[in-house]
Ligand binder design. Structure first.
Ligand code: ATP
Length: 321
């Protein structure tokens, strides 16, 4: 049976001397998805990425990439993974085409395959019109695209991108995000970033790491709704129907701990507090429909991903605020 996950970390650990930088972390990246890897400075993201990309071995635990063990099958992993480091070491005097040819040869790609691959990745990364440009003359956005093209050259199923939008201007950021979004489905992407809005825009799942440990993981909605941490979250529901009846019907749904009327009228607004997840949303929608009322709006009143991140990274700071 084909594996459902392209990255599986199992109690992955790295110690530098007595200091444990990554401490028994376990997470999975589903095939074809974009997963955000978040954490404050020094959390252990780069150390984890270096183990996944076979730049250094784990102290204990294991990880598999595209079905191969990073320790025992590192050559196979290198074939299956493309890596964009935070600062791409590009040769400034080389031309774009030359650089990609050089990189492909280093990977042992044959001439015909390489020509085809360069055509494909430069198309995909909107670089076709820069093939003859010296890298030193490219803007930072174009250099970043070249880094991604390089990571994609051997058509790896898995891509690890470390802070791909750092230092780019807003339009370059938008283009790079679009490019990463286009990779989903064809490739599995682990995206290390500090930018939470980026995660909400392009990631299906999020893994949050702090001081070498996994602090939370789930979809952005699950994290914001508190369903992964047991926190209460809010759901705001606008219904055209009799307020008292709507309120008592919704109050009876499992997971609803409190219900308050925000506004009354032909369309009433109610705030539900409790375990808000996908199932509850579906139950609310089905119930309203079944009673013959009209559902005007259903929106999360939970925290933003940024609030969640701050709370989980530094619980003291958020409760003091
Ligand atoms: P940033 O976002 O700042 O890049 P990070 O999440 O990538 O941070 P790492 O670079 O993985 O974090 O570092 C995790 C911890 O391990 C930090 O405390 C760092 O100082 C420490 N560390 C990293 N590399 C080494 C090393 N070679 N020797 C000793 N300690 C190290």
């Amino acid at each position: 049976m084909p594996e459902q996950y392209d990255i599986v970390a199992d109690k992955l650990t790295k110690s530098y001397g007595k200091f444990t930088a990554v401490d028994r972390i376990s997470f999975e990246v589903p095939r074809g998805s974009v997963v955000g890897f978040l954490g404050p400075n020094g959390a252990g993201k780069t150390t984890t990425i270096r183990m996944l990309t076979c730049f250094m071995p784990p102290t204990s635990g294991s990880a598999r990439v595209a079905g191969h063990d990073v320790f025992y099958e590192s050559m196979a992993v290198r074939q299956k993974i493309g890596y964009l480091p935070e600062s791409t070491p590009l040769y400034l005097e080389m031309r774009v085409g030359e650089y990609l040819t050089y990189r492909g040869k280093l990977r042992g790609m044959g001439r015909a395959d390489l020509k085809k691959a360069i055509g494909h990745v430069t198309d995909m990364c909107w670089l076709s019109d820069r093939l003859r440009w010296p890298i030193g003359k490219l803007s930072k956005g174009y250099r970043q695209r070249l880094g991604i093209a390089d990571a994609l050259l051997h058509n790896p199923p898995v891509l690890v991108l470390d802070e791909p939008t750092v230092g780019l201007d807003p339009s370059q950021i938008r283009e790079t995000r679009k490019l990463i979004g286009n990779l989903a489905g064809q490739h599995t992407v682990l995206l290390s970033t500090h930018i939470l809005s980026e995660v909400e825009l392009i990631c299906q799942r999020v893994v949050i790491i702090g001081r070498g440990k996994i602090l939370a993981q789930g979809t952005p909605d699950e994290l914001k709704s508190g369903s992964r941490t047991g926190d209460k979250a809010r759901l705001l529901v606008d219904v055209r129907g009799p307020t008292a009846q709507v309120k008592s019907a919704l109050a009876a749904l499992p997971g609803v701990q409190e219900i308050t009327v925000v506004s009354d009228g032909p369309v009433c607004s109610l705030q539900l507090t409790g375990r808000v997840d996908g199932a509850l949303r579906e139950q609310v929608a089905a119930l309203v429909l079944q009673r013959g009322w009209a559902l005007r709006e259903l929106r999360s009143g939970g925290m933003s991903l940024e609030e969640f991140f701050v709370q989980i990274i530094d619980p003291g700071a958020s409760s003091a605020a």
